[in-house]
Design a protein around this ligand. Sequence first.
Ligand SMILES: *Cc1c(COP(=O)(O)O)cnc(C)c1O
Length: 470
Amino acid sequence: MIKFHINQSENANYIYQQIYERLKGFILEHKITAGDKLPSKRQLANELGVSINSVATAYDQLLAEGYIYTIERKGYFVETVGHFINVPSLKEYKLPKYLKETSNHKKGWLSFSHIATDSSRFPFNEWMKSQQKAIKEHKREFAEITHPQGPFTVRRAISDMIALTRGVTCEPEQIVIGSGTQPLVHQLMAMQSSNIKIAVENPGYSRIFQLLKTLNLNVLPIELDKEGIDIGELKRTKPDFLFVTPSHQFPTGAIMPISRRVELLSWATMKEDRYIIEDDYDSEFKYGTDNIPSLQSLDQNRRVIYVGTFSKTLLPSFRISYMVLPPKLLEKYKYHYSDWIQGSNSLHLYTLHDFIQRGEYARHIKRMNQHYNKKRKHLINALRLKFQGNIHIKDVPAGLHFLATFNAEKSYEKINEKAQEEKLEIYTIKRFMLEGEVKRSSNIQLVIGFASIKQEDIAEAVDRLYRVVY
Ligand SMILES: *Cc1c(COP(=O)(O)O)cnc(C)c1O
C-alpha cells in the first residue's frame, strides 16, 4: 500500500477530500491496481492519524464514482479502470489568443447601435410592481414548466394587443412565445423539409441570414427596388419562404407601399405551402404618421407568419418575442413541438402580462415615441450641421435607426478600425449586404441607431463619427 500524509494545517483541504484525492490519483495512475484490497477504514484512519469518519466519507465518494467496490465482510477493492489515451497535440491545445475574451464592459464608448436601447428611460419601478404582482399570483406556475408556446393568459394579452395596434387577426392559440426572433425562426425552419428555399432582403437582417445559412438552408438574398423586395426576382426563383421587414425595411428604413404588399400576398398564394415571415421589429415607433398596419392584417389567405418582439419597446436583454402561426402551420408546430420547453422566463412573461394589463406598456411606448422623436431630430440636426452638404439622410419618420450616406472615400474596413479607435459603436451597410460586393462609389453608408445614445452625448458622438468618416 502506498503511503501518504495528511496535511492537518488550518488552510488545507478537508481531510476526507485529501484521502479521496490521493487514492483517486493512485488508482488513475495505476499505482494500485484492479482487485487490490484497500486497508480497512479503521486501519487507514490509524495509519494517517485521522478519524474513521473521514476515511469512511472518502471511501463512500470513491464507491459512488466507481473507483472502488466493496464485498460484504471482506472490505474495499480497487475497480478495473482503463488507461486514458493521451494525444500530446490535444493535450497541449490551449485557447488561441483570438478566442480569449475580456470583460466586454465598453468603458467610454458611445453607441449608434441599431439593436441597443436606452435603459435609463425604462420604468423599472412600474416593472417591479408588475413583477411583485406576478410573484404573488403565479407562485405555483413558477415551479413548473409552462405550455410549450408560453402561458395562455400571456398569449391572450398579446393577441388582444396586436389586434388593436397592428391589426393582426389571430387567436391566442396561434401565438408562440420565444426568447428571440432567431430561436423562433429556427423552430419554424427546423420543421420544414431540408430542401426548401428561403428568400431574404438584401441588404437585410444579417443575424437571420447567418442563422439560415448555418441551418444549411438554400438562402436567396434578393435585391431591393424602390418599393421593397424585387418581385420579379421572387417570381423567377420561387422560394418557399420569404423573410421581410415591410413596416420599416431593415436596414434601409423604407416603408413598403400597399401596391407591393398586395403583389407579395398574391405571389404567396401561387405556390402551395408558401409563407411570408413578416419581421415587425420596430413598428411601435412612428413619428408623425399613424402606425402602418401589418402585412398580416391584409392577408386573406393565411400565408403570413407575423413575428413581433418586445426587445425594442422594453429592453433587448429581456428576450421576449413571439410569432403568430397560420392554422396550417400551427398544426404542424404542435405535432413537432408538443414536448418543447418554452424558452422565455415565466417571471418575465407574467410580469409583462401585468404590465400590459395595467396600461403601463402602452404608456411607456407613448413616452418613448416622444423621447425618440426628439432625440432623432436632435441627432439629425447635429449630423447635418457637422457634415453639411456631405451627408444624405434617408429621413423616414419611423423606427429606431436610419440610413445615412456620406460623401467620403474610405474602405469599410478602415471605417471599422477608426470607429474602434474612437470608441464609437457603429454599423456600416457592409454588415447587412448579405451577398455580393458593396457597390464601390465615393460614398459610405452607415446604419445609425439612435435608441441607446443619450441626448447629452450626441454632440460628442457626432464629433467622433466625423473623425471616423474623415
Ligand atoms: C431588433 C430586431 C429584431 C428583434 O430581435 P429579437 O431577437 O426579437 O430581440 C428583429 N429584426 C430586426 C431587424 C431587429 O433589428
